[in-house]
Design a protein around this ligand. Sequence first.
Ligand code: S3P
Length: 177
Amino acid sequence: MIISLVGFRGSGKSSVAPLLATRLGMKFVDVDQEIELRAQQTISEIFANQGEEYFRKLEAETIHVFYQSDNLIVATGGGAILNPQTQTLIQNSGPVVWLQADVQATVERILKDDHDGSPRPALTDLDFQQEVKTLLEQREPIYKAVSNIQIDTATQTPDQITDRIIQYLEVSHRGKQ
Ligand code: S3P
């Protein structure tokens, strides 16, 4: 079983994945971190040097490799689910958790994250707030369609979100017995 965490930038995938892994005694991987390791560049450098299309190819390939294994928690990048093959792969591998947040919470988190760490590349020519709003509108139907559970992260801490995921896994496991 692979537990996939999906959701927009700043939704908390990378914070929740290690917490969930500790609680469940499973390993976790962060797709963006793995891409950076493999490419020996930050995501922003890949976007600047080789372009988004190249990044999306690396992203799909990296995901494909991870999903050959088992017993893993995967924090996907926010745009990974745009790829139809990736959608099928994650849905066929185990529970998919959508970490959801509204535009305002998302904007605040991304600004904070990018201030504390390495800034994310722009995905459109729109101004930042408009980009978040537009892409969230485009992607929400996809997050919704691929996921088994949706968790509002705007009002909950990573520990609370982890509790909620574990509760869901227990209930859905019981339902299958
Ligand atoms: C992207 C999200 C990022 C990263 C890249 C593209 C997107 O991942 O993969 O900058 O298209 O939303 P996070 O969701 O981990 O920030």
